[in-house]
Design a protein around this ligand. Structure first.
Ligand code: NAP
Ligand code: ZN
Length: 366
């Protein structure tokens, strides 16, 4: 057996993780740029906790609260200018994947003043100033991954920045998700599940990464029942947050696969939230495997006998009609088939026709 495993992020999981471990902030830096979305961090208690932890440890901060969903390179430039002007020495991202990914990118731009939206994708490997992540959705796992997914208007797509920016510390407290709206709860949980499946069924999966996948599926056995019933107890919130962290740790080792790569145009052109964009493709992706043995192993852990049982759950959770034409599907498929990075993560040979089929069966005549 051979594998390489690395998880450099220090994870603090549990109730009041931020305040109980406040000294971590002052050990990382003296002045932070706090990066959030426009509203939610101020309403769910996460920003208050971080503010208190910073003030009790004598750590300064300034706030950049303008991160939109699927953050753009323009927003990254704006946030990093504020960080540079204020001489911050670390960045704290609070929120869903969008503010956490933005925080990572901003930290990179601050460390490298010559980098901008025009040259970032050809820049080679760069370092960032330290990042701390506080998730407030249970979905992306960005708090434990090296990825930063950013929207490029120039390239008309979302893409990974292509750098490795692991947060130094992640404070994971599911209380911030107690009032997460029903639709965001479902979409982000589906995202976490797709990380677990795409990491598990990945060319790069190893004995170590699969431990996180399988533990995540065990948690989803409970979570799917609750998601269908919309029964979002504290126990559910904790389990789905844990599953999201598991998914993140797993894709940090393996990368994602077809649904993530194929989902980007559905978000960019059709406005589908990230989790839904992957989720809507997941069942046909699973059906496309010629070798179903590993999928059967996953289904058994989830407590299902057949893929149809999982499909039934997905049908209850995802109820959308995407307005899309066959020509658009051909366009997206052509774009995707040139994404060699994602293709090589899929363990079986896959053709242009297979990609068109997954899109078509998932999206047409629904
Ligand atoms: P998001 O785009 O961060 O947030 C979605 C919405 O939820 C926003 O309106 C946000 O409001 C709101 N929200 C967040 N937390 C809330 C809370 N506790 N209570 C109420 N509302 C809340 O959604 P996301 O699905 O977490 O992140 C998606 C992004 O992450 C995508 O760009 C995706 O590509 C990326 N992603 C990254 C990775 C990675 O490894 N780096 C993995 C998967 C996905 P505010 O705007 O007011 O905060
Ligand atoms: Zn995702």
């Amino acid at each position: 057996m051979e594998f390489r495993y690395s998880m450099p992020t220090e994870i603090y999981f549990g109730e009041d993780a931020v305040l109980k471990n406040k000294e971590v902030f002052s050990s990382i830096g003296k002045k932070a740029l706090v990066v959030t979305g426009r509203r939610s961090a101020k309403m769910n208690g996460s920003y208050d906790d971080v503010k208190q932890a910073l003030s009790e440890t004598g750590t300064d901060h300034i706030l950049f609260d303008e991160v939109e969903e699927n953050p753009s390179l323009e927003t990254i430039e704006k946030g990093s200018e504020i960080g540079k002007k204020n001489l911050v020495d670390f960045v704290i991202g609070i929120g869903g994947g969008s503010p956490m990914d933005a925080a990572k990118a901003i930290a990179l731009f601050i460390k490298n003043p010559e980098i901008n939206k025009e040259n970032i994708f050809s820049a080679g490997k760069l370092e960032s100033i330290p990042v701390v992540a506080v998730p407030t959705t249970s979905g992306t796992g960005s708090e434990v991954t090296q990825y930063s997914i950013i929207t490029s208007f120039k390239e008309k797509t979302k893409k990974n920045l292509g750098q490795s920016i692991f947060p130094k510390a992640a404070f994971v407290d599911c209380k911030y998700t107690y009032n997460l709206p029903e639709n965001v709860t479902v979409n982000t949980a589906i995202d976490a599940f797709t990380h677990l499946t795409e990491g598990y069924l990945n060319t790069n999966s190893t004995y170590m990464s699969e431990i996180f996948g399988e533990k995540g599926f065990e948690l989803f056995k409970h979570c799917f029942v609750k998601l269908v019933k919309k029964d979002f107890s504290k126990e559910f919130r904790e389990k789905v947050m844990l599953a999201s962290v598991m998914g993140g740790i797993q894709i940090a080792q393996t990368g994602t696969s077809l649904p993530h790569g194929m989902g980007y145009p559905l978000t960019y052109f059709k406005g589908l939230p990230h989790g839904l964009a992957n989720g809507v493709l997941t069942i046909e992706y699973l059906k496309s495997f010629r070798d179903q043995r590993k999928i059967n192993r996953m289904l058994r852990i989830l407590g299902y006998d057949t893929l149809e049982e999982l499909e039934d759950v997905f049908n209850q959770l995802i109820d959308i009609k995407v307005d899309i034409t066959e020509e658009e599907i051909i366009d997206y498929s052509e774009q995707f088939i040139s994404n060699k990075g994602k293709l090589k993560n899929h363990p079986e040979e896959i053709t242009f026709k297979d990609i068109v089929r997954i899109y078509s069966k998932s999206l047409l005549n629904k």
